[in-house]
Design a protein around this ligand. Sequence first.
Ligand code: SF4
Length: 388
Amino acid sequence: MSQWQQILHTQSEHSPPRLSIEEASILYDEANLTELMHVASIHRRLRVPGNHVTYLVDRNVNYTNVCTINCHFCSFYRPPGHPESYLQTVDQISERFAELEDIGGSRVLMQGGVHPELELEWYTSIIHELRLRHPSIDLDCFSPIEIEGISEICGLSTEQVLRELQEAGMHGLPGGGAEMLVDDVRLDISPKKGSAENWLRVMREAQNLGLTTSATNVIGFGETNLHRLEHLHKIRTLQDETLSKGLKGFTSFIAWPVMLENNSFGKRGRGTNRYTLGAGSNEYLRHVAISRIFFDNIYHIQASWPTMGMKVAQMALFAGADDIGSTMMEENVVSSSGTSKMQASERELQSVVSRAGFIPVKRDSDYNLLDTILIEEELFSPPPSQPN
Ligand code: SF4
């Protein structure tokens, strides 16, 4: 039996030991993908028993595209003063919330760029007002780099900024901006974004305050497999630390490949580099499967349909993912980089899950199950007869 087979055999046991970085590296380099996905599915059922796959009805609100961080892979931002730059008003944002309420949504993901002029009061007052107008909507807002930007402007610590935002009504801090938590990679793709430790510190502060948090990972920058595993290891270590305090930690982990259109990073992918950047479905599914086996302390692994498409997202459900993500009404950030479809209806997500052989279940931002909708019967029954 080869080393990778031995590792997968051990990981198939009833109570598998924690996967080490060295073992994960062997799986990355050598394991057969089908067998890797099979073992990841076993781990999925250890942590999330049953045959259901969750989804979230939410929308994105990108309140501003003004940003001074200039990440090389970002096609969304505009520098201050650019003719295409914008900043939305509370009424404009509120209209979008109302649209979400109309379709039974429960969460808004509100993110923008690092705006150089907005004071903390702008953020707290807008959150406070939105909570008053839309009390049924969870507000998951900003990302660690935006929190750092606000901190620099107002002169308070990031922990104090988070506390003020939470008091105003913020429910969670999404895990955007992690990309690759390896400083050499960060310096190459996003030199102004700050160190991996900054992202982890702000997340730690958010978790200590009880805010809902998630972990993300972007692959395909030309990093090594060991870089990816360093990223996973840093997240697993912070999760251990947070759980040991009796706190909830990251609700979920989601990875996706960098998008290469309309940004300066994508230009590196020309010529001989054409096939070395980004990630195809084989590589993506391998990463999902290894993440599922590696994270013995994070319950939920999301499939990324917006970047990989619905078919590959369905396959990710056989590689350890137990969540198909969200409806993402009006996503603007990743879609600026060339993905063709960045919005799905609830019905479509239900259909995608059901046709893969799972039971779609609507959830909220904290992964509380909201209802169960069995639609296989409807999908697979013959169509009603048509009038002549
Ligand atoms: S990814 Fe975020 S921080 Fe980076 S340039 Fe785009 S908006 Fe700014």
